[in-house]
Design a protein around this ligand. Structure first.
Ligand code: NI
Length: 215
């Protein structure tokens, strides 16, 4: 198994599959998650190859993109078999990417440190400066308002409500983003998440001040 060649092929595969996505789930999201996964993997002494491969492949099966999560997972598995990735690695990577989606919570915890690293990197990409940009890109794609003071954040949503409900960009901070720092698995990701979280808190304070013409 030629790890370097497999990783290069995974980059091309992810790029080709996700290049046209404009919902904030695009190729450059995958790029950032791969870079952050490598950073955390080194700090946490996780297997760098597994983390990087899972990161490149982690969103190809997403139902928002493929429309069918199971078919998407099969596609990723077949791709790895074609690349002659060994069986234990395929199983490990499939275990990671099938466990990754957030969908309002309720997913089983990651079983391996590599899974924890990639999940942390994916969640980190939803917060901080990049996270703020993604929220509003996603709101725009869904024709949602950036903010509506009369539309309050929703509590305890079902996954259906989470996907379908009419919310706003600002509400998404309370419904998801501000909760993410407490969901980090690894110590190094917790440190990064704390910094990104504080940046969002400052951002929201400034946003509300500007909204009322006070800043
Ligand atoms: Ni992702």
């Amino acid at each position: 198994m030629n790890k370097e060649k497999i990783l290069q092929a995974a980059v091309s595969f992810a790029r080709q599959e996700l290049e046209k996505d404009a919902s904030g789930h695009d190729w450059w999201h995958i790029y950032r998650v791969a870079q952050t996964s490598k950073t955390i993997a080194k700090e946490e002494r996780a297997d760098l190859f597994i983390c990087e491969l899972a990161a490149w492949l982690h969103d190809i099966a997403d139902e928002k993109i493929t429309g069918n999560e199971q078919a998407g997972l099969e596609k990723v598995k077949t791709w790895m078999q074609d690349q002659e990735v060994d069986e234990p690695t395929i199983e490990h990577v499939m275990d990671i990417i099938s466990s990754m989606s957030f969908k309002g919570g309720g997913k089983p915890p990651m079983r391996s440190i590599e899974g924890q690293v990639v999940q942390d990197a994916d969640r980190l990409d939803a917060i901080g400066a990049v996270g703020i940009a993604r929220v509003f890109a996603y709101s725009g794609a869904k024709a949602r308002l950036i903010h509506d003071p009369e539309n309050r954040p929703r509590e305890n949503m079902t996954s259906e409500e989470y996907r379908q409900g009419k919310s706003t960009g600002i509400n998404h901070f309370y419904e998801k983003l501000l909760k993410l720092k407490d969901l980090m698995n690894t110590d190094y990701a917790k440190k990064l998440a704390e910094e990104r979280h504080q940046f969002m808190v400052s951002y929201l304070e400034q946003f509300y001040s500007e909204w009322e013409g006070k800043a």
